[in-house]
Write a protein that binds this ligand. Structure first.
Ligand SMILES: Cc1ncc(COP(=O)(O)O)c(C=O)c1O
Length: 406
């Protein structure tokens, strides 16, 4: 994957603004190339879903739709977004808290696959599907016991609210005959987030397959599909090595060749698809030194871009100089200093980079946070303090667009 994320069109936009800038910028041309590269490398026995929780903007979903098998969602709101953006794509519906209202809505929206996270979800879905006269396909989500590779977040392999404990699966498998409208076609695993190591990810998948095959033999039922989740990482460290996607795809091909499995695999990736396609830009509105430390205050913050504070990391950034200065005083600035990049919120937690080195920054310059395309806007608490939302800018076919609805 060689295409660089292009910032050139954004420079024009920046020069044209008179008010303090605060914007998300997504490059849909780059996204289109990226998803084609991702899916081209995969063996054909893999159904690739995009996990829309990472970035559910409709232009993003529309750009991905021609190249992905389907979309993975975790709420009725996400189902509605997919159906509005791209009405006919398959949807897989996961999440530990699916309510009866959401299950009903999913049935009405013809969701293709349900990831079941508890016995009660199974009972509820069967009851509603029976009332609706619809057969449904499910995967049972497992919280397995084996140890997992290093990753930033871990959802399984330890006590969590996700999935069904591996040791309780047998009793559910024995009871499947009681569910008239449910056909259980396999298993679902999503155990971690942001794994950067392709080899350990392949081992994890082999573990999933072996566990599923053990149940297949013991219960003599046919597996159609194993969903191995998302969790492919994106390295936010400047110059850090990225997940080796080619190696991973070659490894998957080998797994199919050597194990002779006849079922398909599904993946549901979010971060790996959209992290590098966006950036968040916020203007410096003030600079100060306080108790011996330097601070930059931005027109924006964690209410738009919660990723750095949620992961407690310094997010990679660039200073983009802006030359206008219309105030009747000399322009405040720092040269060759460490500074803390703060948002405009009234909380000391609103920090996007702590004591990071800058060559030069002046009030009115922009801080551009790179790789903000996934879990940026979409995990943030947008209305805290009622500041205006950032502008949304997409580039498509080399043109900037500013849709009001996304
Ligand atoms: C069930 C499930 N699937 C897929 C994903 C996407 O994960 P990632 O963005 O790490 O690929 C998540 C993220 O939390 C998830 O909870």
């Amino acid at each position: 994957m060689t295409t660089p994320f292009s910032l050139t069109p954004l420079k024009q936009y920046i020069d044209d603004q008179n008010e303090p800038i605060c914007a998300y910028y997504y490059d849909l041309d780059y996204l289109s190339e990226r998803i084609q590269w991702i899916t081209r490398e995969l063996p054909e026995q893999v159904n690739f879903y995009y996990a829309i929780k990472a970035n559910s903007d409709k232009p993003v979903l529309r750009t991905l739709a021609p190249y992905v098998y389907g979309f993975e969602v975790a709420s009725l709101g996400e189902i509605n977004k997919v159906r509005q953006a791209t009405p006919d794509k398959p949807i897989a519906f996961g999440g530990p808290g699916k309510t009866s209202v959401e299950l009903q809505g999913a049935l009405e929206s013809n969701v293709e696959l349900y990831h079941i996270e508890s016995e009660l979800q199974l009972i509820r879905l069967n009851t509603l599907a029976k009332d609706a006269g619809k057969p449904v396909k499910v995967l049972l989500r497992i919280n397995p016991y084996f140890s997992l590779p290093n990753a930033t977040l871990q959802m399984a392999g330890k006590p969590t609210q996700f999935g069904v404990d591996q040791h309780q699966i047998e009793s559910i498998l024995k009871s499947l005959g009681n569910y008239s409208n449910i056909s259980c076609v396999g298993f679902h695993f999503h155990a971690l987030s942001n794994n950067l190591d392709a080899k350990s990810h392949l081992l994890l998948i082999q573990n999933y397959i072996e566990l599923a095959q053990m149940w297949q033999r013991a219960f003599g039922f046919e597996i159609e599909l194993i969903n191995v989740g998302g969790g492919i990482g994106f390295n936010y460290e400047p110059h850090g090595s990225q997940f080796d996607w080619e190696l991973y795809c070659d490894g998957l091909t080998l797994i199919f060749e050597q194990s002779g499995i006849e079922f398909k695999l599904a993946m549901e990736c979010g971060r790996f698809v959209t992290a590098p396609i966006g950036c968040y830009v916020a203007e410096v509105t003030d600079l100060k030194t306080n108790h011996g430390e330097n601070f930059a205050i931005l027109r924006g913050g964690s209410h738009h871009f919660r990723l750095p504070s949620s992961w407690q990391h310094n997010h990679p950034f660039k200073i983009v100089p802006k030359e206008q200065w219309n105030w009747p005083c000399s322009r405040p600035g720092f040269n060759q200093e460490n500074i803390t990049l703060c948002g405009e919120l009234c909380t000391p937690k609103d920090v996007l980079g702590k004591q990071v080195h800058v060559e030069q920054v002046r009030v009115g310059d922009l801080v551009l946070f790179e790789h903000a395309g996934a879990y940026g806007w979409h995990i943030s608490h947008h209305d805290f303090l009622s500041h205006p939302h950032p502008e949304r800018i997409y580039i498509q076919n080399n043109q900037l667009t500013f849709p009001k609805e996304y």
